[in-house]
Design a protein around this ligand. Structure first.
Ligand code: UDP
Ligand code: MG
Length: 234
């Protein structure tokens, strides 16, 4: 299989049908050999029902459902585990990452192992953008990580990268740093970003800031202890 598209879903009932249609339209010129893995992270709205109806219509859909809400990173990790594609693409379920932007990442497949979007015109509130800027400075100071936009959910991993990635809560905020620390090649690509069309954001700035400091400490240690190796192929 060429691609697995992994999408964490928490209370996104209104977005799922338009999202599915947009993904199909975006993938049509790219490949017919792909799967879409929706990970329902304990949604309490009708997301689960909508996903089951979609899966009955579209054979490329796989659903993983959590018993309870376990967070975006757990949903991503479960999606990665269920995936079979040579490349794994991630997207948010809320339509903030337009699926047609996937094609902008593809030209870099030959040369890079991880390709990640940079939201050129980020469509979020001012306080969210400010807190992301503070977090970026902290990452630079402590990790010397120069990644432009760690919060863009449009990304693409070579399967080998997924196999080596450590899994922990909030690991998605450090993908680029971890992938670089593992010795893989990364590319950042400018992509469009949309306003949330339906539903609400699942995060508040305060909780994110506190967890961010705690996570930085852990990743500081981890970055120095990751096992980095390359396998000879001859
Ligand atoms: N999400 C999830 N579990 C959670 C919180 C969020 O699966 O506990 C999903 C959510 O449905 C969306 C993505 O993670 O697809 C990003 O969440 P959100 O849009 O709320 O984050 P923001 O864009 O505001 O940073
Ligand atoms: Mg969002």
């Amino acid at each position: 299989m060429d691609y697995s598209i992994v999408i964490p879903v928490y209370n996104e009932e209104e977005s799922l049908i338009p999202l599915q249609e947009k993904i199909n339209a975006a993938m049509e010129p790219i490949s017919s050999d792909y799967e879409i893995i929706y990970v329902d992270d304990g949604s309490m709205d009708a997301s689960g029902e909508v996903l089951r109806k979609l899966a009955a219509e579209y054979p490329e859909i796989k659903i993983v459902s959590f018993k309870k809400n376990r967070g975006q990173s757990a949903a991503l990790a479960a999606g990665f585990r269920a995936s079979a594609g040579a490349w794994i693409i991630t997207l948010d379920a809320d339509l903030q990452n337009p699926p047609q932007e996937i094609s902008k990442l593809l030209p870099f497949k030959e040369t890079y192992d991880f390709i990640t979007g940079v939201r050129i015109k980020r469509q979020d509130g001012i306080s969210r953008k400010l807190s992301s800027n503070i977090a970026r400075s902290a990452r630079w100071l402590i990790l010397k990580d120069t990644t432009m936009d760690t919060g863009c959910s449009l990304r693409m991993f070579k399967r080998e990268v997924i196999g080596r990635l450590p899994v922990f809560k909030n690991f998605h905020r450090f993908f680029a740093y971890l992938v670089k620390s593992l010795g893989f090649r990364i590319k950042e690509v400018n992509v469009q970003h949309e306003k949330r069309a339906f539903g609400v954001s699942k995060y508040g700035n305060l909780k994110r800031a506190w967890e961010g400091i705690f996570d930085l400490c852990g990743v500081f240690w981890l970055g120095r202890r990751l096992l980095e190796y390359e396998i000879k192929r001859d």
